[in-house]
Design a protein around this ligand. Structure first.
Ligand code: TA6
Length: 307
């Protein structure tokens, strides 16, 4: 079973406003709220691809109750979150014409030492039950910046593959523990190496630098431009078909879900890359954040080019 970890879940609110501009007043008739945060987008997409998923993390308040109620509706998803005193956050995505997006991400509540300890005890009990662990998203105030490092070490002790998709200091620290896979976007990779990456050869060099931490798969996501995947000494340039983008939010998370499913099913790497890339693209053509249509994924897989 795939276990997803969302340390900082979110009620994701999306607003479709074609001509959005800061400083004006807009009314929108097309909006939605989903159980979000990166790990919960991964959860929904991995279960839509047909895998059993257990979602865990930390939830609090009315927002936490909304998220659990939403997860109860998803086929193939079970959830077992630690309840905390704070209120789980909301994140806003304003999607304009052509799929442009403006995101406002709340920082989320501060976790108490007691609640953090409860989560770590809970996590330890889940590791051996997991075939693969996927941890995605930012961390809560009150958590050590090394939280992902600690979680990865506990998974590696039990030989459970650990996929990590986060940013900033949490990513820099998590990388040191050598997760099985990381998926930085270009901005996160530039922040990691501390320099602007001016061409694809430079991106590959930076990705290989990242892989030196014992990371088996380094996936550098490039939005509509596809991705670069580094696996040992092999470098793959992945190109996507052109699609009409409706809401790209959650496409990186959908890609991570595809990798988790491909690895859980022991697909070969090319097949896994195609499933991941098709899942990310399939999310972008849906209005709802972190959702895919399975037939669309299969149709898109045939159009993914891996060099
Ligand atoms: O990747 C999209 C998304 O899940 C948004 O829906 C929003 O929840 C955001 O990421 C949260 O990102 P963060 O890095 O704060 O966990």
């Amino acid at each position: 079973m795939i276990t997803t970890i969302t340390l900082n879940p979110s009620v994701d609110r999306s607003y479709m406003i074609d001509d959005f501009e800061a400083g004006q007043i807009f009314r929108t008739s097309s909006y939605g709220a989903t159980a979000g945060g990166k790990g919960l987008n991964v959860t929904r997409v991995a279960s839509a691809l047909g895998e059993k998923v257990l979602a865990t993390g930390l939830l609090g308040g009315k927002s936490g109750e909304f998220i659990e109620a939403e997860l109860d509706k998803v086929e193939g998803v079970s959830h077992d979150f630690v309840k905390i005193e704070g209120e789980t956050r909301s994140c806003i995505a304003i999607v304009s014409a052509g799929g442009g997006q403006t995101e406002i991400l709340e920082s989320g509540p501060t976790v108490s030492e007691r609640d953090l300890e409860r989560f770590l005890t809970h996590y330890k009990s889940l590791v051996e039950k997991s075939s693969i662990i996927v941890a995605s998203g930012s961390i809560l105030a009150g958590m050590p910046k090394t939280i992902y490092t600690d979680l990865i070490k506990m998974a590696k002790e039990q030989n459970v593959p650990f996929l990590l998709d986060t940013s900033g200091i949490a990513l820099q620290e998590g990388i040191k523990a050598g997760p099985t896979l990381v998926k930085p976007n270009l901005e996160e990779l530039e922040a990691y190496v501390g320099r602007k990456l001016v061409n694809e050869a430079d991106v590959v060099r930076a990705g290989k630098q990242l892989a030196e931490n014992g990371i088996v798969y380094v996936v550098i996501s490039l939005g509509g431009e596809g991705s670069i995947v580094i696996h040992h000494n092999n470098v793959y340039r992945v190109r996507l078909p052109k699609v009409e983008v409706i809401n790209p939010v959650g496409s990186g998370d959908s890609m991570v879900a595809g990798f988790a499913v491909g690895l859980a099913r022991n697909y070969d790497l090319i097949q896994t890359i195609k499933l991941a890339s098709a899942s990310g693209t399939a999310n972008a053509v849906e209005q709802s954040t972190g959702s895919i249509n399975l037939e669309k994924v299969q149709e898109l897989m045939a159009q993914i080019v891996v060099e």
